[in-house]
Design a protein. Structure first.
Length: 362
């Protein structure tokens, strides 16, 4: 178990990662709160409640259940959860624990940020993607229509507890989605993290906590380092969007039904690397290392049938775009990326067509 610290001008909290991380709740001042609520999904809670409460020293927390899936990230669900909290007697001194994956974390964080103008919350991520990425940094939000996280707030948790034990119940597809985010962090960090992930990728399994735990911690360190230096995405934090510009457009173009978020990021990384190669930013040898690692995670859903023109129209709608101007995060080499604002649309389209063409000939 590793205790990491995320700290900036306006926040400071621990990110506890590894076997036994839930035990960190025993040293957290739970008794100082008027009540403790858990936001979660019923099947997940049925599977892990005893282990989580026993490890964390929680005594019969009050639960608010929401359906699994992206549809729960809505203002309607925020209202429903807030009503349940009110009915349960939650006040300004109540604590909310978000026990679940990225949807629960984003929804729970936003509810905490807005309920009675803000209550404390803890992130207890239960998916690989959430443990290495979304639970850290205080980004919260819900979707509006087809636009993901359109309404949200920067609202950091008081604690993050990530125990790889809970990943044992994670479906193979969801686990693979988290691996794509780990690869993103490995590209940003380069060096030892990329090499270790490259060496051990095929041996990474949800049940292999001994191998997985240290890698989750190392990937989390990348996110912590960035958000601690740029808490509100004013500049540096943009590098965490590697793979997400193309990825978000792919998700929206397919109605969020064809790709998981991680799979869309996987394609996004491949496309960003290809675009960087076309712009002579990334050496082809480095590009092959990046593409090779992404491909080894598993076969990605098809993109060859998607309209390039539609993808191009969707790209400026990304929340990171300003005035329709896209901030492209492109790899220069392992361990270094470049933010480019003036990429010709023809090159953006050509990179997509290159990978579509390659996919048709596989």
């Amino acid at each position: 178990m590793q205790r990491l610290r995320a700290e900036a001008e306006k926040f400071a909290y621990e990110v506890v990662v590894g076997s036994g991380a839930w035990r960190a709740l025993r040293t957290f001042p739970l008794a100082s709160y008027s009540s403790v609520f858990v936001l979660t999904e019923r099947p997940l809670w049925n599977r892990w409640a005893n282990s989580f409460c026993r490890a964390g020293g929680l005594k019969e927390p009050r639960c608010v259940f929401v359906p699994a899936g992206e549809n729960s990230k809505s203002l309607r669900m925020v209202e429903r959860v807030a009503s349940r909290l009110l009915e349960g007697g939650a006040d300004r001194r109540s604590l909310l624990i978000a026990f679940g994956g990225g949807v629960i974390g984003d929804l729970g964080g936003f509810v905490a940020a807005t309920y009675m103008r803000g209550i404390d919350y803890i992130q207890a991520p239960t998916t690989l993607l959430a443990q290495v990425d979304s639970s850290i940094g205080g980004k919260t939000g819900v979707d509006v229509g087809a636009m993901k996280n359109l309404i949200g707030a920067f609202y950091p948790p008081k604690l993050v507890v990530s125990d790889p034990l809970v990943l044992r119940s994670l479906p193979a597809g969801a686990f693979a989605s988290g691996l794509f985010e780990m690869i993103k962090h490995a590209i940003l960090a380069g060096g030892a993290l990329f090499k270790q992930l490259d060496r051990s990728l095929e041996r990474l399994r949800p049940a292999n906590a001994k191998l997985l735990g240290p890698l989750v911690a190392d990937a989390a360190k990348v996110k912590i380092k960035v958000v601690s230096r740029d808490e509100r995405e004013a500049g540096l934090r943009r590098i965490l969007n590697l793979g997400h510009t193309y990825g978000h457009a792919l998700e929206e173009a397919t109605g969020y039904r064809r790709f998981s978020h991680g799979q869309a990021v996987g394609w996004g990384i491949l496309l960003a690397a290809r675009l960087a190669e076309r712009l002579a930013i990334l050496d082809q040898g480095e590009g092959k290392k990046i593409a090779g690692l992404v491909r080894r995670v598993g076969r990605l859903p098809a993109i060859h049938d998607l309209s390039v023109d539609r993808i191009l129209r969707l790209l400026p709608r990304d929340k990171k775009a300003v005035g329709g101007r896209i901030h492209w995060v492109l790899p220069e080499r392992l361990g270094k990326v470049r933010i480019v604002n003036d990429v010709p649309e023809a090159e953006v389209a050509a990179a997509l067509r290159d990978l579509q063409r390659a996919e048709r000939h596989e």
